[in-house]
Write a protein that binds this ligand. Structure first.
Ligand SMILES: *Cc1c(COP(=O)(O)O)cnc(C)c1O
Length: 364
């Protein structure tokens, strides 16, 4: 049954493929794990898998159960568990389905040593903590990890780390240095770069890269837009005007009356609220597009609605199309712009799109 409330998330598999190819062109000597965790950053795990099925060198995600589901759906590429396993049952699934798992702590290594037999084929990413201080072995804990791995000589090992500030001022050089010190004379494969490092630091491309946000057409950088980077938006969140109010100067709009009109205004009410995944923290002035024209939100975002300024768009009445983010018939506003206005990042907006928002597939 087609839901008649007008909000829609339109997902473009072609854009995801375009963006994956861009990652590959930027890191031509590396293989690329397509990061599809968090339901492909809200775009739909299976939609991303279908988009990239013929081309991805591998898929990276979190839940063993989801990884097994990919195998059962006939995905033959390597599949990487980015946080490793959480139980002995997970580890058995890793071995049975030939998944690649991160090993980031002694406990995971012990699970591996208990479950794997020396002749069983096995692929792991040994995670080093090079300064992010989240997951991974450090100088004091690494020797024991190597000693444990000597019991599994057949294991194909990739050394991995994660950058804390590839998108920011400090960059990656300091972490590359620490990584090199930890890796010693390691000659095997290395896997380092997230989207920001793929886009900005060729020296960090190594053997495998891990593009996430760039696949979905958003920029990891504050000061550089996705379009400037050659990325295509993969999601458009659109809706329509469902109410119009002509208000006098001095009138306030929405919960708490946080917006006061300084002159007579025409206010449009959009069928989209925080229960759809639009950020409640987006303040008055957040960009939005109506009928091909950009304008601004006014007042607080409600659960199911938000308001915008239609004063300069007199032709926009009930049913007028609205682009919340992405590129649609109503115009273009990037998810990055909305995220910046709301004090967050596009990652969070994408992941928050609610299950009640109907999804359409198609070009953007
Ligand atoms: C999520 C994640 C990525 C992808 O990061 P982006 O910034 O989205 O490119 C890469 N590596 C690890 C370990 C991750 O958890």
């Amino acid at each position: 049954m087609k839901i008649s409330r007008p909000i829609r998330a339109r997902i473009s598999p072609a854009a995801i493929l375009h963006n994956y190819r861009l990652a590959k062109r930027l890191a031509p000597h590396a293989k690329a794990w397509a990061v599809i965790k968090a339901n492909a950053y809200g775009h739909g795990q299976w939609r991303a898998v279908e988009a990239l099925r013929g081309e991805a060198d591998g898929f990276a995600m979190l839940e063993t159960e989801n990884a097994v589901a990919l195998r059962e759906a006939g995905i033959t590429q390597p599949i990487l568990l980015l946080e490793g396993v959480f139980s002995a049952r997970d580890m058995r699934a890793v071995l049975e389905h030939r998944l690649t798992t991160v090993i980031h702590c002694r406990e995971q290594l012990e699970l591996l040593l208990r479950s794997a037999s020396p002749e069983q084929p096995l692929s792991i990413c040994l995670k080093l903590n090079s300064g992010m201080n989240r997951l991974g072995f450090t100088a004091p804990t690494l020797p024991a990890a190597w000693a444990g791995l000597r019991q599994l000589p057949q294991a194909e090992v990739t050394l991995m780390t994660h950058f804390a500030e590839a998108d920011g001022e400090c960059g990656v050089a300091w972490q590359l240095e620490r990584f090199a010190a930890l890796a010693g004379d390691w000659q095997g494969p290395r896997c380092l770069a997230n989207s920001a490092a793929i886009l900005r630091y060729p020296a960090a491309h190594a053997d495998w890269v891990r593009p996430g946000i760039m696949l979905y057409g958003a920029s990891p950088f504050v000061e550089q837009s996705a379009a400037e980077l050659g990325l295509q938006p993969a999601m458009t969140l659109s809706s329509a005007i469902i109410g119009v109010q002509e208000i006098a100067a001095g009138e306030r709009v929405g919960y708490g009356g946080t917006f006061t009109a300084e002159r007579p205004m025409r206010i449009g009410v959009v069928a989209c609220g925080y229960a759809d995944g639009y950020p409640r923290h987006a303040p008055s002035g957040t960009p939005i597009a109506v009928m091909g024209q950009r304008t601004k939100t006014v007042g607080r975002v409600s659960m199911d609605m938000l308001a915008c300024d239609l004063t300069a768009i007199p032709q926009a009445g009930i049913g007028a199309p609205v682009t919340l983010w992405g590129r649609g018939v109503a115009g273009e506003v990037t998810a990055d712009e909305v995220a910046t206005a709301a004090g967050t990042i596009s990652y969070e907006l994408f992941c928050a799109v609610a299950p009640r928002v109907p999804v359409e597939i198609g070009a953007i």
